[in-house]
Write a protein that binds this ligand. Structure first.
Ligand SMILES: Nc1ncnc2c1ncn2[C@@H]1O[C@H](COP(=O)(O)OP(=O)(O)OP(=O)(O)O)[C@@H](O)[C@H]1O
Ligand SMILES: [Mg+2]
Length: 288
């Protein structure tokens, strides 16, 4: 596990220097971050077990800031497990045991002094099935800010509007903010869930197949939205849809059965010139 956190600028610089060196040394291993962006989440030797079954095998990966990283691979290869490790959602699964480190801007999220609830506001999550609360549209979005105790100090109306605009939903709901979130269409509900995740101003948004329950028009809106979100946030998205990964992501990580990360690189490289023949087999198999 990593160092306890420190405010010392010197130590932080030393740590990031270490990471730079590591990146240079391990370029040929193809599982580190491609050059060109700073790292926001640095995953080190992450293994996950459910009881005695290993679901992830020593995964190391540097996730770039303000880009879209797609996680692809066959069913059961550990994509959702990996995603849940990043904001400690696996804490909620009794059978799960996590080994290794997940550093968010240099701090290991598994350190004892990290509050998982606060962490989940910094690393928000959107699930496959839209799951708005049975509350008004307004209250869905305001929820995180109220829980944070921020509601009295900020202009809540303005923050709700900001989040709904960022989620490309404002124009459709601005005159019906009191309506229940459950009365929206599936695609609107998913954008509401994205607005809810954005409202506390997270650094990272995790999405687990966010469009797989939606029709093509709603899916395309979500894809456009993800592209916009990456200007402000880091987006990490699991998708079964190869074309979607190719369309929307900057980087792609390929997991294969057994929970191994086999390749992580620029999306274009993964789809056009992967280093590992298993990646090519997987991608061509799915396309063909
Ligand atoms: N709560 C759990 N308890 C026990 N085993 C689990 C649990 N969640 C996942 N697993 C197991 O861990 C492995 C990885 O599952 P995971 O859901 O992460 O895969 P995935 O890549 O997201 O699959 P899919 O594409 O089908 O969503 C699988 O073998 C799965 O059966
Ligand atoms: Mg999954």
């Amino acid at each position: 596990m990593s160092q306890p956190t420190t405010d010392s600028a010197t130590e932080e610089t030393a740590e990031s220097d270490d990471r730079l060196i590591e990146t240079e040394v391990s370029v040929s291993e193809t599982v580190t971050q491609p050059a060109g962006a700073s790292t926001i989440i640095d995953v080190g030797d992450l293994s996950v077990y459910y009881h005695d079954d290993q679901a992830l095998r020593s995964v190391s990966m540097e996730i770039p800031e303000r880009q879209v990283t797609a996680l692809i691979g066959p069913s059961g290869c550990g994509k959702s497990t990996f995603l849940r490790c990043l904001n400690r959602m696996n804490d909620l699964i009794d059978a799960a045991r996590v080994d290794g480190t997940v550093e968010l801007l240099g701090q290991n999220v598994y350190d004892d002094d990290v509050d998982p609830v606060a962490l989940r506001r910094r690393i928000g999550m959107v699930f496959q099935e839209p799951n708005p609360f049975p509350k008004s549209i307004y209250d869905n979005v305001a929820y995180g800010l109220r829980v944070q105790g921020k509601a009295d100090d900020i202009d809540l109306d303005a923050e709700v509007e900001r989040a709904l605009r960022s989620a490309a939903l404002w124009d459709e709901v601005k005159d019906q903010l009191d309506k229940s979130g459950l009365e929206l269409s599936g695609g609107q509900q998913q954008r509401l869930c994205i607005a809810r995740a954005i409202a506390p101003d997270p650094e990272v948004i995790l999405m687990d197949e966010p469009a797989s329950a939606l029709d093509p028009v709603a899916t395309s809106k979500i894809e456009d939205l993800i592209d916009d979100l990456a200007e402000e946030y880091t987006v990490i998205i699991v998708t079964h849809n190869m074309q979607q990964a190719a369309r929307i992501s900057d980087k792609t990580a390929v997991f294969l059965t057994g929970g191994e990360l086999v390749e992580f690189d620029d999306t274009q490289t993964i789809f056009e010139n992967p280093a590992d023949p298993r990646v090519e087999d997987y991608i061509t198999g799915k396309f063909g």
